[in-house]
Design a protein around this ligand. Sequence first.
Ligand SMILES: C=C(O[C@@H]1C=C(C(=O)O)C=C[C@H]1O)C(=O)O
Length: 191
Amino acid sequence: MPSRDFDRYAPSMFEGENAISTPATDWYRSFSAAALKNPAIHGPLSHWLTLEGSLTRALQLRCREHFHVDILQEGFARPTVEEAHTLGIPVRQNAWIREVCLNGDNTPWVLARTIIPLATLSGRGRRLRNLGRRPLGAYLFSNPQWQRGPFETGLCHRANRHQPMAARRSRFFSGHHSLLVGEYFLPTLCP
Ligand SMILES: C=C(O[C@@H]1C=C(C(=O)O)C=C[C@H]1O)C(=O)O
């Protein structure tokens, strides 16, 4: 059975019926387990759900002209209970939460939600609070002390057809520190 968890909703990027936001998501320990529940992810989305390496880099290569990051919200906030359990932090402890939209050629392609525990922000990790519009991946993949853990595959509870159908998430580790990166693929990426 999947570990049911419900991410809180990020603020809609567009108001009204076309609202797209980080949806509630059921996470599965493997792509195949999620595909048993929803075989549709075996389609074009499977490339993105199983991609190794930096998603940013892959999206930049897919762009014809321009890749950019829009920050939806960023700051100290409380993770969901399930996110806190996944990161092994107290459920009432705030974390640095970064929600962005990754855009290719001015089209929103991916929503991303990153949870960074307070302990991870210490020392050199404090740079993680100052990324701005620089992609998180550019930082993580350029610092070899950060190693990526295994992916989980997520099936999203979409409120409308503009929202993501599926997602992936993984933890990154540096010594005893970690952070959790969720990436939610919008329908515009696989039209
Ligand atoms: C981890 C990566 O960083 C990407 C960029 C993010 C950001 O700037 O907040 C968040 C998730 C990723 O899609 C990556 O490129 O693989």
